[in-house]
Design a binder for this molecule. Structure first.
Ligand code: KG4
Ligand code: ZN
Length: 340
């Protein structure tokens, strides 16, 4: 064992995924996720069920991460965990586990902000993935978050825009629910959008000044539109599902792109990194590519497994904070509303 090596065990439990990862010197050795299926039948995350599932999953998930990395607990340099933001009951499971493990092993404990981690996932050492240069703009889009952040250095970040109501992933999922699709609906809307006409139906974009987002009005507009159409033709959804999905996706992508363009205009920064589950969306990926050609942007999309909630992104923040000697104390608390 090389004493120079920095081995971080990271734990993520902020929402409905129990995840653990082992990192050596910025490279991922293992990245394990237990996704909780139980929420599917409720059409959204049920906090109490999530924390119970974390309690069941955490020991086997951490064990598996260590085994897959071929690392013994005694080799670990530090333990990193998600302090927030997230669901209190879920965060508590990861926080308590990380605290006791670090205490038992007598090694540093490092607290991680989940939103910073989505952004710093771009700095995981990976072949064929370029890291964004500072300063860059980061757009984090998922089922729980929608933010545009100006990133000046690893730990100097400024939120310049965020949602005032639903997250963009919720806009996909709630629209899907109206259409009778399963949860989460984002991936199916994406697949169907590829087969439909994005201009078949028009939905008005919300008028929110500046760089903030709003998605709840869109959801209501879609609901009223569908109710009206179904009244006239009970088979409307079946007959036009792909076109409806394409039109919804076109509207959502348009909202995100309008704000990104404004953020670039206001900051003069043209390096754009995205993260969060919704960054898998092909409409967004295509729009970013066309932004490269049309506006001279350089865009960065991390490996898919580092975009959705995962512990590898917690590990990279743990690694960077370890290098700075920025440790947490044993009295550190989970913080559901932690800000960047
Ligand atoms: O980051 P993530 O895995 O987890 C949380 O937010 O907790 O993001 C999940 C979200 C869901 O809302 C899902 O519908 C959306 O990402 N999503 C997509 C796609 N893949 C996942 N939305 C649109 N298009 C996709 N291809
Ligand atoms: Zn997240």
């Amino acid at each position: 064992m090389n004493p120079q090596n920095i081995y971080i065990l990271a734990i993520e439990s902020s929402c409905d995924d129990t995840a653990a990862s082992v990192m050596c010197n910025g490279k991922i050795l293992s990245n394990i996720i237990a996704s909780q299926k139980i929420h599917e039948e409720f059409g959204g995350v049920v906090p109490e069920l999530a924390s119970r599932a974390h309690q069941q999953n955490i020991v086997p998930v951490v064990d598996m991460a260590l085994k897959k990395a071929h690392i013994e607990k005694s080799q670990l340099t530090a333990i990193a965990f998600t302090k927030g933001p997230g669901l209190m009951g879920s965060l508590l499971v990861g926080t308590s586990f990380a605290k006791s493990l670090a205490y038992g092993l007598g090694i540093p404990l490092i607290d991680v902000n989940h939103m910073q981690a989505h952004i710093l996932a771009h700095f995981i050492e990976e072949d064929d993935f370029e890291k964004p240069p500072f300063p860059f703009l980061a757009m984090t889009i998922s089922g729980g978050h929608t933010q545009i952040v100006k990133v000046k250095s690893y730990f100097d970040m400024e939120v310049i825009g965020e949602t005032i109501d639903d997250a963009v992933g919720e806009a996909f999922d709630k629209s899907g629910k109206i259409l009778g699709l399963g949860y989460p609906a984002g991936p199916e809307i994406d697949q169907r959008a590829a087969l439909g006409n994005p201009k078949a139906f028009q939905f008005t974009k919300p008028k929110v000044a500046g760089l903030n987002f709003s998605f709840s009005g869109l959801k209501t507009a879609i609901l009223y539109f569908i109710q009206k159409q179904v009244k006239e033709n009970p088979k409307f959804i079946e007959a036009h599902l792909n076109d409806i999905c394409a039109s919804i996706q076109y509207t959502i992508v348009g909202i995100l792109m309008d704000k990104l363009k404004l953020a670039v205009k206001e900051t003069g920064i043209t390096h754009i990194a995205i993260g969060g589950g919704v960054s898998a969306n092909s409409g967004i990926r295509d729009a970013l590519k066309s932004g490269e050609q049309k506006f001279g942007w350089t865009t960065y999309v991390p490996k898919f497994e580092y975009t959705t909630d995962n512990a590898a992104m917690i590990a990279i923040v743990g690694h960077l904070k370890y290098l700075e000697g920025d440790y947490a104390q044993q009295n550190v608390m989970a913080s559901p509303r932690l800000k960047i």
